[in-house]
Design a protein around this ligand. Structure first.
Ligand SMILES: Nc1nc2c(ncn2[C@@H]2O[C@H](COP(=O)(O)OP(=O)(O)OP(=O)(O)O)[C@@H](O)[C@H]2O)c(=O)[nH]1
Ligand SMILES: [Mg+2]
Length: 379
């Protein structure tokens, strides 16, 4: 076993160093706060001493949990062929999420009670529940953290940082519109309940693709249930100078898509449907019938309660793959549902919208930002 001591400012720094030097399977043996010596000792912030180890035997019998860490592409222990940076990040991230889930499951399967440390654990679980993180997820996060650091009051900042690191890992991959894909056009369809902001969000994305990325975009609306809905997209299409095709029957989709065969992107708006509607799947099947390949954004409002989000997500179970897109973050007071739905669905997060203004009020779902949103109300 190789043991190494690190002096760092916080747990994030420790994890990055441990990962880059000892590798993904390193475990933390001990942490403690220490004061710097010398003339400036009274002015300096305490440092953190972290002792970490890596078992150099291939099969580890230790009960300690490997450190879940950030996705810097610096594998050191194992010699690997040299993949591209993107490949490296992707595969490393996937390994990490898989390791994390495995870890969590092994923790879940342990029947032993948490014992003497139950109280501080409960306190932190409560903090996460206050942030609207669902209890099972809160428990998993705290159990992982608890096996690595002492949950005592005086460690509060370190504990919160470790919680954020784990929560960040749970957020998984972010998947926005793919740019520079070979073969075109790529087709994106916006689905979701009524009034969540599908049309507005589609207009924001179309505007960005056309105006910022200089891409050729075509819009299609299949929402002809309301005259106002067509008018709404027509107005955006005119302002943005992006062509729009309106389809009244599913079989017209074929012609509309062919019409846009030279575009880089085709964005398809759909009518909002109550998730309780029986036609949800048949409407979708009918449209998808006429498309070779389609990417789905499931648009959800951040102001929707977890129970309702869960029932909406259940009603879209027939979708195998989609991207989660949250709207109305500007109207929400808590953001735990971002983490909850990501864990519930296993689907990637994509964009957030943060207001009514087209095209400004949209941002890529950046993980640091999400963690800030979720934890900003923590006191
Ligand atoms: N505050 C806020 N309002 C938003 C946001 N996105 C959309 N809206 C507003 O939500 C309302 C509904 O937006 P639409 O884009 O028409 O929603 P939709 O999902 O297309 O609605 P249907 O087609 O009727 O199902 C509009 O008033 C939008 O301006 C957002 O991020 N924040
Ligand atoms: Mg609409």
């Amino acid at each position: 076993m190789k043991v190494k001591r690190y002096l760092v400012h916080d747990m994030n720094e420790a994890m990055i160093k441990i990962k880059s030097e000892l590798g993904m399977d390193a475990v933390i043996l001990n942490t403690r706060k220490i004061k710097k010596g010398g003339l400036f000792k009274f002015f300096s912030k305490p440092l953190l001493e972290v002792v970490a180890a890596i078992d150099e035997q291939p099969i580890s019998t230790t009960k300690q949990i490997p450190v879940p860490v950030r996705s810097e592409p610096i594998p050191v222990i194992r010699e690997v062929p040299v993949p591209s940076k993107a490949e490296l990040e992707m595969s490393e991230l996937k390994d990490m999420v898989a390791a994390l889930i495995k870890k969590v499951e092994s923790i879940e399967n342990k029947t032993e009670p948490i014992g003497e440390t139950a109280k501080p654990a409960d306190r932190y679980i409560d903090i996460l529940k206050e942030l609207e993180i669902q209890e099972p997820i809160a428990k998993k996060i705290i159990e992982i953290v608890q096996r690595q650091i002492n949950l005592s009051e005086k460690n509060h900042d370190t504990v919160m940082n470790a919680i954020k690191v784990i929560a960040r890992e749970y957020l998984g991959d972010i998947k926005t519109i793919d740019t520079d894909l070979p073969g075109k056009p790529s087709v994106y369809m916006f689905l979701g309940p009524t009034g969540v902001g599908k049309t507005t969000t589609l207009a924001k994305i179309a505007a960005r693709l056309a105006l910022v990325d200089n891409k050729q975009v075509g819009l299609i609306t299949a929402d002809t249930y309301r005259i106002a809905a067509v008018e709404q997209l027509k107005t955006y299409s005119e302002i943005l100078g992006i062509p729009l095709e309106v389809i009244y029957e599913a079989d017209e989709l074929d012609t509309a898509v062919k019409h846009f065969k030279d575009k880089d992107y085709i964005l398809i708006d759909t009518a909002g449907r109550s998730h309780k509607s029986k036609e949800l799947k048949s409407d979708y099947d009918e449209l998808v019938n006429y498309l070779d390949d389609v990417n789905i954004f499931l648009v959800l409002s951040m102001t929707t309660a977890y129970k309702d989000l869960k029932s909406i997500i259940d009603s879209y179970q027939f979708l195998e793959q989609y991207r989660l897109l949250f709207t109305k973050l500007d109207e929400a007071n808590s953001f735990g549902n971002i983490l909850n739905t990501r864990v519930l669905t296993g689907q990637p997060l994509s964009y957030f919208t943060i207001g009514q203004s087209v095209p400004d009020d949209i941002e890529v779902a950046d993980k640091e930002r999400i963690i800030k949103y979720i934890f900003e109300t923590e006191s």
